[in-house]
Design a protein around this ligand. Sequence first.
Ligand SMILES: *Cc1c(COP(=O)(O)O)cnc(C)c1O
Length: 363
Amino acid sequence: MSEVSRVYNFSAGPATIPTEVLAQAQAELLDWHGCGMSVMEISHRGAGYTEVAQRIEADLRELLSVPDHYRVLFMQGGASSQFSMVPLNLLGQKQQADYCDTGIWSAKAIREAGRYTRVNVCASSKSAHYKSVPRMSDWQLSSDSAYVHITPNETIGGLEFYDLPETGDIPIVADMSSTILSRPIDVSRYGVIYAGAQKNIGPAGLTLIIVREDLLDQALDICPSMYSYRKTADQHSMLNTPPTFAWYLSGLVFQWIKRQGGLTHFAEVNAHKAKKLYQAIDQSDFYHNDIEQAFRSWMNIPFTLKRSELDNLFLEQAAEAGLTNLQGHRLTGGMRASIYNAMPEAGVDELISFMLDFAEREA
Ligand SMILES: *Cc1c(COP(=O)(O)O)cnc(C)c1O
């Protein structure tokens, strides 16, 4: 690899991608596997790409231990399109769906679902100012709902939960955009898992859906063909031309995750990285994060400076130190460090040491 200098990129998404993966893509770019073309110039229906697609699915299934009765779909439109695809594909004869409201992303999912069905907000963090998640036993689940939708990691608020409510036969649908692949999960507890790729998977443009087979035939008649889980599954995610390059690059990330030791390895590293950063925040009286301990996100860590007039100076000096994209979401202000799998522990260490120095200089 040539000597290029890479910054530590704390963006929430599109997020940092492992340098090793980018270097591999670069090395293969002009002549992919000896075919004299790049992978983005070949037919998605040819033998070469078919093999790539199959291997990518196999790797993902291995990483997440996806049971055989689940289908893996690669679609487009981002997680936001899933806000419509989920009700369109799952409502069947039902007139209602349960949604848990834990922040900005679940609110968006709720708003969109309301175009197709009655929404029962079965639990809400609103009265806790989105700093904690209601006890599962207090959730007001409805027995008439087609599914229960949750957002296990609120990317903007930095609120995360992993317990699941007991929903009996009613499938749980989870927007895992910013937490998928950060730790092992029991896929069999979910009906549908979906995630936009640009956080913890790969480039924007690809959306991952894992759906239990028996849920493929609950679509409303108005569901557009391109939005249909059933049709997408039957055509191996190639209803039309898929985002081949984003798909291929995500596959390189899956292989990278496997080489590092899979999801048990990342669960350990991610927990450790997050713990360090929260500790640094908690031990300082200059930085602050007010999410309830048990619900603090491993992936997205928002924090504020005691003197918000120093925000711009903090961001400027951080960027000079090679620590970029630390500004919080435009709706919340403050700072946010997104520390997905591809953020090495050394990046978190540098951030912490910069934060401590800054606090000492400016406090
Ligand atoms: C980023 C994000 C989205 C939106 O993703 P797009 O791919 O931009 O549509 C939805 N939900 C969560 C939890 C996210 O983090």
